[in-house]
Design a protein around this ligand. Structure first.
Ligand SMILES: NC(=O)C1=CN([C@@H]2O[C@H](COP(=O)(O)OP(=O)(O)OC[C@H]3O[C@@H](n4cnc5c(N)ncnc54)[C@H](OP(=O)(O)O)[C@@H]3O)[C@@H](O)[C@H]2O)C=CC1
Ligand SMILES: O=C(CO)COP(=O)(O)O
Length: 329
């Protein structure tokens, strides 16, 4: 029996706990909020995210105690939005993850330090790269909750470990495949959120499907230029962990990033959009990190620059999209 700790109480953590516990793994589940934990213990479902999902409490142990959650776990899945990872882990000793395999389900970067989650775990908690995996692929938690057919890609330098984790996930409606381009899929997962935000902004400004299709195809070139400058490798960006993830985020009704962008395009301030959404759009934080990293790389990234200017320089969305219009082919 595998023992898995899942950290985070949002939608993605909830969907992953469903999949893993239904495969009969023992899941200890850290959630920051005591009331949510009590509700789960009493009624067997998360009161605030995917609340229709029922858990077998023989296999799922919710707790607000992080050290207790980690004790005895072989695998640790991190599913906290990137901006809150440091706070969530702050009381842990630096050897807290010794001997465990860390799996990042996060599609964001550590703000200001501009680190991928795997880089942060390696630098701060000394988790070797071979003991890390990332969960990628076009997969909305809401559809996993509805048991709709989904595909995940598990990235790791250690393909044997990635395959073991795939096996923990596979079921009637989830297919999972290992891949060794861990940095590539992690960066792509970060950047597709920025593009989805841009698509939402354009939609909020009343641009249509024709424009969005051109935005998405131009964005693939932007992502490729960035990845090639940062870590050249022959990768097929049409794979589902790259293009697939971008498409689901850019077009789905469930997308947090597109929804957030749409509100910005319609004239909401960042604060009011964040307040109204009650979920986290990683692209808001990611665009600052990617923009900073690109100061060094100097890659041509018009969409990232436009989103950065809108969110952080308070330039009008209409002006920035107008500028983009002339850059697209
Ligand atoms: N949702 C999805 O379909 C997928 C999400 N992911 C990734 O999973 C990660 C987690 O996102 P997701 O589950 O969607 O999150 P949600 O948007 O569903 O929920 C937000 C989460 O963030 C927490 N949170 C909000 N504000 C704070 C704060 N100030 N300090 C600490 N925690 C806070 C919330 O805790 P609380 O409820 O206590 O406020 C809640 O757990 C992200 O990196 C996302 O990109 C990856 C693939 C799919
Ligand atoms: O990464 C995700 C789905 O693969 C979720 O992010 P969004 O909710 O912004 O689409």
């Amino acid at each position: 029996m595998e023992r898995i700790a899942v950290l985070g109480g949002g939608s993605w953590a909830t969907a992953l706990v469903k999949v893993l516990s239904e495969n009969k793994a023992d899941v200890s589940w850290w959630i920051r909020n005591q009331e949510d934990v009590q509700h789960l213990q009493q009624f067997g479902h998360n009161p605030r995210y995917l609340s229709g999902v029922r858990f077998d409490l023989n296999h799922v142990k919710p707790s607000t105690n992080l050290q207790e959650t980690l004790a005895g776990a072989d695998w640790v899945i991190l599913a906290v939005p990137a901006a809150f990872v440091q706070t969530a882990l702050k009381d842990l000793p630096l050897d807290a993850f010794k001997g465990k395999t860390l799996v990042s389900a996060v599609k964001g970067m550590i703000p200001r330090e501009n680190l991928l989650i795997t880089e942060y775990l390696e630098q701060k908690y000394h988790v070797p790269a071979e003991q890390q995996c990332v969960i990628a692929g076009p997969c909305h938690a809401e559809e996993v909750a509805l048991e709709k057919q989904s595909y995940l890609t598990i990235g790791s330098l250690n393909l044997e470990r990635a395959e073991q984790f795939c096996e923990l996930l596979r079921n009637r409606y989830v297919k999972a495949n290992p891949l060794d381009d861990i940095d590539g899929i992690e960066y792509c997962a970060v950047m597709k959120n920025i593009i989805a935000l841009a698509c939402g902004i354009a939609h909020g400004l009343n641009y249509g499907d024709n424009f969005q299709a051109v935005m998405v195809s131009n964005s693939m070139e932007e992502i490729e230029r960035f990845l090639d400058a940062l870590m050249p490798l022959h990768r097929d960006l049409t794979g589902s962990a790259y293009l697939g993830d971008l498409l689901v985020t850019a077009y789905s009704q469930f997308s947090r990033n597109r929804t957030f962008g749409n509100m910005i395009g319609r004239g909401y301030t960042v604060k009011s959009a964040q307040f109204e959404m009650n979920m986290v759009a990683e692209g808001y934080y990611a665009v600052q990190s990617i923009y900073e990293i690109n100061k060094r790389l100097q890659v041509d990234m018009p969409i990232t620059t436009a989103v950065y200017n809108i969110l952080y320089e308070k330039i009008s969305p209409a002006v920035e999209i107008e500028i983009l219009k002339d850059k697209f082919k």
